[in-house]
Ligand binder design. Structure first.
Ligand code: A2P
Length: 323
């Protein structure tokens, strides 16, 4: 089983530097793949109610814990307050739903998933006749944060953080927090290096967690559903990355992930393939040289892939983070 580096959060809790991403994995796929991931040694699992698979993840976790194959305290489970419940009044309901669906008595890391909020119907986000999402304009991050702090006090959450926040939004949390955020989860990969936010988080002792660390090929389907074609760059095909991989006898994915973790950033790659999810965790038995790190740094193209365009009209929300 892979030997995985642990990052120490600002509250002393340890988080495995590589986690298992579960976005866009339907039930049958995630049940099989999560079993493979746990067998491979993943102990950090990144979940969210909006991925619509927490119940089956909970089923697998319960089976592993009940069978004595893993101890609860050896798992690090992240989940998030959903877009449609992004207000202080909805925190308790959503947190308890995730706890119940995941079959857990506490969450290791609870994040505000996005800085904007949606109005909701039973069938998902409410939409205007033109297809725009109906926005909840009352989103107040500090009020939500105070609720998060309450549930840390109540023992239902160990650590709290945010996702998809920009620097201004994160600074506002820091200015008003009793409990500091431990982590900021954002899109980060070699073509979108997020240097300013990473430096800001380092200065504030916040661990950055990289989603779509391999460039999110899978997101193209999501854009197709909203009628857009997206030309996504193939990070696994970058000549400089392939050349380092060949020299070290590793795969391009392993180089991309190693470069992230060596920056002190955690990563949550998703794969449902046994071999690939195993290789994504096996990045702690080799190293990149300072020259390799420089080469990778020089590849930045500031290409954001996850722009949230698939939520039609979302840019009009006052807390849309990517202006
Ligand atoms: P697969 O599940 O078949 O391995 P995301 O869109 O969430 O960033 O998903 C990552 C994409 O990268 C998935 O399509 C996944 O496909 C693929 N992937 C994950 N790990 C590897 C790897 N080590 N090598 C090549 N492709 C990978």
């Amino acid at each position: 089983m892979a030997n995985v580096e642990l990052f120490t959060l600002n509250n002393g809790i340890k988080m495995p530097a590589i986690g298992y991403g579960t976005w866009r994995a339907p039930d049958e796929e995630i049940e099989r793949a999560l079993n493979l991931a746990l067998e491979a040694g993943y102990r950090h699992i990144d979940c969210a109610p909006v991925y619509l698979n927490e119940k089956v993840i909970g089923k697998v976790l319960k089976e592993w814990i009940d069978a004595g194959k893993v101890k609860r305290e050896d798992l690090f489970i992240t989940t998030k307050l959903p877009h449609h419940g992004n207000n202080a009044e909805s925190v308790e309901k959503n947190l308890k739903k995730s706890l119940s669906d995941l079959s857990l008595t506490y969450i290791d890391l609870y994040l505000i998933h996005v800085p904007f909020g949606f109005s909701e119907t039973a069938d998902g986000p409410m939409r205007e006749p033109n297809g725009d999402i109906v926005l909840d304009l009352s989103t107040d991050h500090v009020a939500i944060w105070k609720k998060f702090e309450e549930f840390v006090g109540a023992g239902l959450i160990k650590s709290i953080g945010v996702s998809n926040f920009n620097k201004r939004q994160l600074q506002r949390i820091l200015d008003n927090a009793t409990i500091k955020p431990v982590s900021l989860q954002i899109e980060l990969h070699v073509y979108f290096q997020q240097n300013e936010l990473v430096d800001f988080c380092k200065a504030n002792n916040i661990v950055v967690t990289a989603y779509s660390p391999l460039g999110s090929k899978g997101i193209a389907n999501l854009y197709k559903q909203s009628g857009k074609e997206l030309d996504i760059p193939d990070l696994l095909d970058i000549p400089e990355v392939k050349s380092i991989a060949t020299r070290l006898g590793k795969t391009p994915a392993q180089i991309l992930l190693k470069w992230i973790v060596k920056r002190g950033v955690a990563a949550i790659p998703k794969s449902t393939n046994a071999n690939r999810l195993q290789q994504n965790l096996s990045i702690f038995d080799f190293d990149l040289t300072a020259g390799d790190m420089e080469t990778m740094k020089g590849l930045n193209r500031d290409i954001r892939i996850v722009t949230f365009d698939f939520f039609q009209g979302i840019q009009k929300h006052p807390e849309f983070p990517f202006k």
